[in-house]
Ligand binder design. Structure first.
Ligand code: ADP
Ligand code: MG
Length: 371
């Protein structure tokens, strides 16, 4: 078991700053997912933990030991990569046992651990196959076996499922979670896939442009996104945003001349100011056209998903998506009206993109947030 502390960690490649002072603490045994768009610095951060990349400034501490100067193999971390990185000329057993061989573990002990690991990852019958004779999912299992066999304190996963097809990805996700339950080593899993992140994480870290935007449980992050970016990045279809201004008395957010009632505490504190209103597609409601306070929209097209459907509509040139479970018939150009329930409205500052009722987000240590 291992606790990881990341303190004011920065990384620059020459003049290009890619990680801007990250503070995070991962508790022993926790499954942490780092989620963010491509290029936001996830792999760089993970590679700095592993020791595969130098740290420009700051400290990484594993179990109270500053590891900045330690070699990768001295850190007790095992990493699983997206491209598996298997040795093509070695069979499964040799691939899994390689690190033990290098470490001088005697052959009988090695064979015992290869067998045991193969059982855990479900590859007992494939030990003498070469990687080229395996499916993508089996190769990914070899890569995981190779990590497990070293009995690391920490597992680091860099988008390990991204090369698999959709069905296998879901299956491997379940297997990784099951494996974590069994081994309970601290795990840090990097992905750009929000569904993977929501389903795997005990603790979710959302990164954007080299900074941490929010830390919380998946539901905390979903229910109270700390920034407009987090609101827009998590959830599918994505959160809708309306640009407007709070009324002078603070009771409403006024969009296109339509007053939308909002939390008066937020409204009063921001009276007269411009802001963005966010609402998730599953939280907006369709009401009869002409209902007072409703927003008129026109149907663009309806996306049928089997279990539900998404109405893509247009409000004065902006897209607005609405998820519903009932069957509807509608056609392009049809007029509809939308209502935005008070309790599901998210309000973000126009200037900073921060949530306006920020005090209500998860009380993460200030240090864990953006520097
Ligand atoms: P992510 O994993 O979130 O997609 P990365 O950590 O790989 O992002 O990259 C973050 C940024 O750092 C990107 O802009 C990328 O181009 C840059 N970068 C990554 N590795 C190097 C490198 N070895 N040299 C220069 N720039 C790099
Ligand atoms: Mg990456």
């Amino acid at each position: 078991m291992a606790e990881i502390r990341i303190e004011q960690v920065r990384k620059a490649y020459g003049a290009n700053k890619v990680v801007h002072g990250v503070d995070l603490t991962f508790r022993s045994g926790e499954f942490v997912v780092i989620l963010g768009p491509s290029g936001c610095g996830k792999s760089t951060l993970l590679r700095m933990i592993a020791g595969l990349e130098d740290i420009s400034s700051g400290e990484i501490v594993i179990d109270d030991v500053v590891v900045n100067q330690l070699e990768p193999r001295e850190r007790g971390c095992a990493m699983v990569f997206q491209n598996y990185a298997l040795y093509p000329h070695m069979d499964v057993a040799a691939n899994m046992g390689y690190a033990l061989k290098v470490a001088g573990v005697p052959k009988d002990e090695r064979d015992r651990r290869i067998k045991e690991t193969a059982r855990i990852v479900g590859l007992e019958d494939f030990l003498d196959r070469k990687p080229a004779q395996l499916s993508g999912g089996q190769r990914q299992r070899v890569a995981m076996g190779r990590a497990i066999i070293r009995e690391p304190k920490v597992f680091l996963f860099d988008e390990p499922l991204s090369n698999l097809d959709a069905k296998l990805r879901v299956q491997m996700r379940v297997e990784i979670r099951r494996l974590h339950k069994r081994l309970s080593a601290t795990s840090v899993f990097v992905t750009h896939d929000q569904v993977e992140a929501m389903t795997l994480a005990d603790k979710l870290v959302v990164m954007y442009k080299g900074k941490v935007e929010q830390v919380g449980t998946p539901l905390e992050v979903y229910n109270k996104p700390r920034t407009r970016f987090v609101g827009s990045f998590i959830g599918s279809p994505a959160m809708n945003f309306l640009e407007g201004t709070f009324s002078a008395d603070g009771a409403n957010f006024v969009f296109d001349g339509i007053p939308i009632p909002v939390d008066p505490v937020i409204g009063k504190a921001n009276a007269g100011r411009a802001a963005a209103l966010g609402i998730r597609p599953e939280h907006a409601r369709m009401v009869p056209v002409g209902t007072p306070g409703s927003i008129p929209a026109t149907v663009d097209f309806i996306e049928e998903l089997g279990a539900g459907r998404v109405i893509h509509s247009d409000i004065n040139g902006s897209n607005f998506a609405l998820s519903i479970s009932d069957h509807v018939t509608g056609e392009t150009g049809q007029s509809i009206a939308l209502q935005l329930p008070f309790e599901h409205i998210h309000l973000f500052s126009h200037e900073t993109d921060l949530r306006l009722d920020l005090a209500e987000t998860t009380p993460v240590r200030e240090k864990e947030l953006v520097s």
